[in-house]
Write a protein that binds this ligand. Structure first.
Ligand SMILES: [Zn+2]
Length: 331
């Protein structure tokens, strides 16, 4: 839909009609929220002002509940259909510095899913590194011998083609290989240049453990997003999947001295085996990135639907009311 048509649709109250006719609980997710310098490098970051408008809109029109309250209503079959749960993936520093104070000012609860090895090491997330080096640096060529990539980066099309290919490879590679690809990717810049880029694009920086602990001062629940932001896909060893799901829970519980009940799958990938690991590790709920409807008792609590929100405000207003799309065979 063109932007002018979307704007007109919202002005005419189309989003309200969708909301009234499509009542269902929704779990939404963002990544970072910050003042963006480059929309391509920081593609996963929502601009602060837009985020403020999104939250004010949700507060006006929905009931924003904590993930614990959502869980209680799920197990007691008592959803009203107006619930919204706010979640943030990966564990960016701006979740503490930008998101938390703003949500606190409106008494709004939220959940942050963290990849614990990134919290411990401070290493950027794999797809952040891809975008930072390919679009944010001045590199004119790039080499990653491990996967046979040797490419020019002179035009936007060349950059986009390499970035898309790399992201796809990293997201579907076994964890150890994904880590080695990232290491080779980083060899394309000096450590001084990398530091410069990381400081400039500060929205991509993860929290450290003290900062995660600071989130407890807010109405924030911490959940797991694996150890390494691995993907729980079919190419991953089962032992690796179990380790990532179980150990990340144990690390969070030990660092924060509180139970970790919730999990979100990196990139939304899951398998039958990963769902089994979630259940056996003692999580209450795990979230995918499927835009299906959340079924009350009888739904699958170990790969629940969740909606990745669009950033532009009128697209957001239409998208989150429209999704999940109501199908006749569902309640
Ligand atoms: Zn993630």
């Amino acid at each position: 839909m063109r932007k002018s048509i979307k704007d007109a649709f919202v002005v005419l109250g189309g989003d309200r009609i969708l909301r009234v006719t499509n009542r269902t609980p929704r779990v939404l997710f963002w990544h970072g929220v910050d003042n963006i310098k480059d929309a391509v490098v920081e593609a996963e970051t929502c601009n602060s002002n837009t985020f403020i408008n999104q939250i004010k809109y949700l507060k006006r029109n929905y009931e924003i509940v904590s993930i614990d309250e959502f869980y209680n209503r799920y197990v007691t079959n008592s959803f009203t259909g107006k619930e919204i749960v706010l979640t943030f993936d990966d564990g960016y520093k701006n979740n503490l510095t930008v998101v938390a104070p703003f949500l606190k000012s409106l008494y709004i609860p939220f959940t942050v899913f963290i990849s614990t090895n990134h919290i411990s090491s401070g290493a950027l997330f794999p797809t952040s590194i891809v975008r930072l080096l390919i679009f944010g640096s001045q590199l004119t060529r790039i080499e990653i011998p491990l996967i046979g990539i040797k490419a020019e980066l002179k035009t936007h099309e060349q950059k986009k083609s390499v970035a898309d290919k790399l992201e796809q490879i990293i997201k579907s590679a076994p964890n150890t290989q994904a880590i080695r690809i990232n290491e080779e990717l980083l060899l394309n810049v000096t450590s001084t240049k990398l530091q410069e880029l990381v400081s400039y694009y500060s929205s991509l920086t993860p929290m450290n453990w003290d900062e995660v602990r600071d989130l407890r001062k807010y109405n924030c629940t911490i959940g797991s997003h694996c150890l390494d932001h691995i993907c729980c896909h079919e190419n991953q060893d089962e032992s690796e999947i179990l380790k990532q799901i179980l150990e990340s829970k144990q690390v969070i519980e030990s660092e924060l001295e509180m139970p970790c009940h919730y999990f979100a799958y990196p990139n939304g990938d899951y398998t039958d085996y990963s769902n089994k690991c979630i259940k056996e590790s003692g999580y209450r709920l795990a979230f995918s990135a499927r835009k299906d409807r959340i079924l009350e008792t009888g739904g699958d609590s170990f790969c629940m639907p969740r909606i990745h929100v669009p950033h532009e405000i009128n697209t957001f207003k239409i998208f989150i009311n429209l999704h999940p799309i109501k199908r006749p065979h569902l309640a």
